[in-house]
Design a protein around this ligand. Structure first.
Ligand SMILES: CC(C)(COP(=O)(O)OP(=O)(O)OC[C@H]1O[C@@H](n2cnc3c(N)ncnc32)[C@H](O)[C@@H]1OP(=O)(O)O)[C@@H](O)C(=O)NCCC(=O)NCCS
Length: 151
């Protein structure tokens, strides 16, 4: 880049790479190799990695999974949305989600949902998600809402 700042890129990464950041940012109480989510190995799952230069600084994964309680079967689920504290507010989270939206649309998907941590609600709202239903707790992490994004 002309200003000398490291380039920001988003590209597919492996489940092993994604687990390192899941551990670092989201689930430090579990070893990385045990942070395995349903759908991680499915062929149409996307593990998106955001890079600042060569450094992996953010992750997001999307897999085919209907919403809880059978609502809206055929949806896609977002898991493991995280950026390193040093890069927050610089657009990496948005770039990751936009890559996920593109991937889901290319597969014919029209709905993305997630269990959103309350501390991240504002981020998701900025990206067009809407909270649904009541707050609920996921121990040991804390309060969450289901959020949905129409695509
Ligand atoms: C939530 C998280 C992924 C956001 O990533 P980020 O790289 O800071 O996001 P961006 O810089 O792309 O922000 C996109 C927009 O959301 C806004 N935003 C980011 N975090 C926000 C928050 N917590 N509350 C309100 N707005 C927020 C930004 O200001 C920006 O707004 P703009 O487009 O008008 O400038 C990051 O803070 C994080 O990893 N948090 C800890 C882990 C976590 O809670 N993950 C979510 C699990 S459900």
């Amino acid at each position: 880049m002309s200003d000398g700042a490291p380039a920001r890129t988003v590209r597919p990464i492996t489940p092993a790479q994604v687990r390192l950041l899941r551990h670092a940012v989201l689930r430090s109480f579990e070893p990385p190799e045990q942070i395995i989510y349903h759908g991680d190995e499915a062929p149409d799952t996307l593990h998106a990695g955001a890079f600042r230069g060569d450094e992996l600084v953010g992750i997001a994964s999307v897999c085919r999974e209907g919403m809880p309680a059978g609502r809206e079967p055929g949806g896609w689920r977002l898991r493991g949305m995280a950026t390193l504290p040093a890069v927050r507010g610089e657009g990496y989270g948005r770039a990751l989600l936009e890559e996920c939206f593109t991937h889901i649309r290319a597969q014919g998907g029209t709905l993305l949902w997630c269990n959103a941590r309350v501390v991240a609600l504002g981020f998701y709202e900025h990206l067009g998600f809407v909270a649904e239903g009541d707050e609920f707790d996921i121990p040991p992490i804390g309060p969450h809402y289901v959020m949905t994004r129409r695509l």
